[in-house]
Design a binder for this molecule. Structure first.
Ligand code: ADP
Length: 192
């Protein structure tokens, strides 16, 4: 089973995918986390992307697509992906399609956590004191939200047309969202 989870910054994608990973023994593929680790470890790539990321802009497709290929091409990971933060634009979505085809897999379900801009602002201003991410200030968060609307919403539309999309109200308490997602995945597994 392969899953994609979408949601604007601060929607709770990370929290929900942590939960799904544990419960269903999946592999979390969070491009944001991978890229932040590159910066933390001061790698060449990390130095190259750090200013882009703190400004809230997307990292080049070429870089991210290559990271994803390294993960998807590993047969040990087959059919247990939850993509979180990828694909973020249509070019990345078509890259993922091609890769999955090449490795004889597919996406089984796409989850979208939907949250209003107001809630996002509040959550991010609370989170910045805990996680200390340089891109978690109000101005940059709004920029990330705008990028999400402009680049990522079309990708969600694409999966909707393929009948893979489930929209989840992300404004509710974490455990209620956990329950709804579990219900969706359990039903899907029963069909697989
Ligand atoms: P959020 O969804 O809260 O913005 P992420 O951890 O998913 O957080 O992403 C943080 C940043 O990492 C993005 O603003 C972007 O700079 C970079 N990034 C993450 N995933 C991608 C991607 N698929 N393509 C390009 N840039 C990405």
């Amino acid at each position: 089973m392969n899953i994609i989870i979408f949601g604007p910054p601060g929607a709770g994608k990370g929290t929900q995918s942590d939960f799904i990973v544990k419960k269903y023994n999946l592999l979390q593929v969070s491009t944001g986390k991978i890229l932040r680790d590159e910066i933390k470890n001061k790698t060449n790539l990390g130095q190259k992307i750090s200013s882009l990321m703190s400004a809230g802009s997307l990292v080049e497709d070429k870089i991210v697509n290559k990271l994803i290929e390294e993960i998807v091409s590993n047969r040990n990971n087959e059919n247990r992906f939850i993509f979180d933060g990828y694909p973020r634009n249509l070019d990345q979505a078509s890259n993922l399609d091609n890769l999955l085809k090449k490795y004889e897999q597919k996406i089984n379900i796409v989850l979208k956590l939907s949250v209003s801009l107001n809630t996002i602002k509040t959550r991010i201003s609370e989170r910045r004191y805990v996680e200390k991410r340089p891109d978690d200030n109000e101005e940059v968060a709004i920029r990330r939200y705008e990028t999400y609307e402009k680049s990522t919403e079309p990708v969600i539309e694409y999966y909707k047309k393929l009948n893979l999309l489930k929209v989840i109200n992300g404004e509710r308490p974490i455990d209620q969202i956990n329950k709804e997602i579990s219900g969706i995945i359990d039903t899907l597994q029963a069909w697989l």
